[in-house]
Design a protein around this ligand. Structure first.
Ligand code: FRU
Length: 494
């Protein structure tokens, strides 16, 4: 194995970071540039990587191409935060530089190895006309500069149950041992593979944690496995046409490495959510962040030299009935300004203008509605409405279907389709919506975080109206609280 050329790596990093920082102004000039979501300074971003709270500071790394607004040779971008709200960009952490990762530093995770921040990632090694996916380490003492391990790769080939698709290691410690899950598959059946190690350097293959039933997509990317309450949760990103994040709740046995699934669902039912990764913070919360975009989507922001964003950080928990709850972190309240409140409004089909002058493209809205008498009704809130009525994005509930929807078929540029999420509301229950609206994104959390939908939208700059609607009959809004939200860039929200 050749000695790691650390100086060359540093030079590649400096060059790449300088390039991307030089494009910041151009990206910031985009009217669709997000105001309170984490993004790369410019150019391409996909999966969140290496999420960790290390020495008190939150670290977020991400798949990054610093030379283009399109996907290309993968680097690890890097940002830190004290509160999960305001982020500070740091120099790129990893650039492709060695024989074991020359074609890219793909997704992976971070652990605290007795005070050393250790990244485990998939190196893409050129091998003739092939790309070999192998697992590598990089370490940092200060959480700023990273040295690739000179014993890389630490896992140099897939096990018997895997294939050449063998990537996205997610490592954690349990009772003094290290474990890592890696996404793979074989002969059309996709799987998650488990390894065990005493020191992160020598790994023993344990076995298949879980495998697909043949309906869950082509590859299980970005696996994540963690304890939640008295259960285990396994999350995978199946690389299919309508890519999404599947979660499975069940039990996990460390000795056999087997996960037994009891229930499943999607972490987010929107079009733009993928490659989610979670971590446990110092307060014991399980926090998850997803890539708020998707392979194959139209990305009109590329014209301004950027693409990709992270969702707001979310807390996962199990509800008393065993359902998964996904809710935005309360730290986001620090962004609130100019509160407004509306109470007790009866909405009639065919009428509009219920919220007066309320307008905005960076808003938080918390609404509660009584369920209407008409079982055929769809009701809720619409945002980013244009004055000529041509553009709008709807957050609605369809009573008969028991379904939360986000309709972006009239959301402006390049957006289409309706996202749907089953949400059964027993008699007497109200519909609760918690919405985060940013310049080109919508995220809605319903009733205790039982359903979540995240979508990118690209409306006109003047489409800023907000209103209530019901498709037939009447519905009563019990309460609506609204805040404008401060931007997190340029000095942050303090
Ligand atoms: C998921 C993914 C990962 C891979 C990375 C490459 O979106 O395809 O499997 O590591 O992106 O950027």
């Amino acid at each position: 194995m050749d000695k790691i050329r650390e100086e060359d790596h540093n030079q590649l990093i400096n060059q790449a970071y300088e390039n991307v920082m030089g494009l910041q102004q151009q990206a910031a000039a985009d009217p669709h540039r997000l105001q309170f979501h984490m993004m790369a300074p410019a150019n391409w971003m996909n999966d969140p990587n290496g999420l960790i709270q290390f020495k008190g500071e939150y670290h977020l790394f991400y798949q990054h191409h610093p030379y283009s607004a399109k996907w290309g040779p993968m680097h690890w971008g890097h940002a830190v935060s004290r509160d999960l709200v305001c982020w500070e960009h740091l120099p790129i952490a990893l650039a492709p530089s060695e024989s074991f990762d020359l074609d890219g530093c793909f997704s992976g995770s971070a652990v605290d190895d007795e005070g050393t921040l250790t990244l485990m990632y998939t190196g893409i090694a050129p091998e003739g006309s092939l790309h070999r996916q192998i697992q590598c380490l990089a370490m940092s003492e200060d959480g700023r500069t990273f040295s690739k391990f000179d014993g890389n790769p630490v896992i140099g080939a897939p096990p018997v149950d895997g294939s050449e698709d063998f990537r996205d290691p997610k490592a954690w410690k349990h009772e003094g041992q290290w474990y890592v899950v890696i996404g793979s598959g074989k002969e059309g059946i996709r799987n998650v593979l488990l390894y065990r190690s005493a020191d992160l350097r020598e790994w023993q293959y344990v076995g298949v944690v879980a495998e697909s039933d043949g309906t869950q997509g082509a590859i299980w990317e970005c696996p994540d496995l963690f304890a939640l309450g008295d259960k285990y949760v396994l999350v995978v990103s199946p690389n299919v046409e309508k890519a999404k994040n599947i979660y499975m709740i069940g039990d996990f046995d460390y000795t056999t490495g087997k996960f037994v699934q009891e229930s499943m669902g999607e972490l987010d039912y929107g079009f733009d959510y993928y490659a989610a990764q979670s971590f446990e913070d110092d307060t014991g919360r399980r926090i998850v962040i997803g890539w708020m975009d998707i392979w194959g989507a139209n990305m009109p922001t590329q014209a301004y030299g950027w693409a990709g964003a992270m969702t707001v950080p979310r807390v996962l928990s199990l509800l008393p009935d065993g359902a998964l709850s996904v809710l935005p972190v309360p730290e986001l309240h620090s962004l609130r300004k100019e509160p407004t409140c509306f109470n007790n409004i009866v909405v009639d089909s065919g009428s509009s203008g219920y919220l007066g002058e309320l307008r905005g493209d960076c808003l938080e809205l918390i609404a509660e509605f009584e369920l209407p008498e008409s079982r055929n009704a769809e009701f809720g809130l619409k945002v980013r409405c244009s004055s000529d009525g041509r553009e709008e994005t709807r957050f609605g509930y369809r009573v008969a279907e028991g379904e939360l929807i986000v309709d972006r078929s009239r959301s402006g540029l390049d957006a289409s389709g309706i996202s749907r999420c089953g949400l059964s509301l027993p008699d007497g229950e109200t519909l609760k919506l918690h919405i985060y609206l940013d310049r080109s994104s919508v995220e809605v959390f319903s009733n205790e975080g039982r359903g979540v939908i995240s979508n990118r939208i690209y409306p006109g700059q003047d489409s800023l109206g907000v209103d209530l609607y019901v498709s037939e009959g009447r519905v009563r809004l019990i309460k609506l609280e609204v805040w404008k939200l401060k931007p997190i860039w340029n000095g942050c929200a303090k």
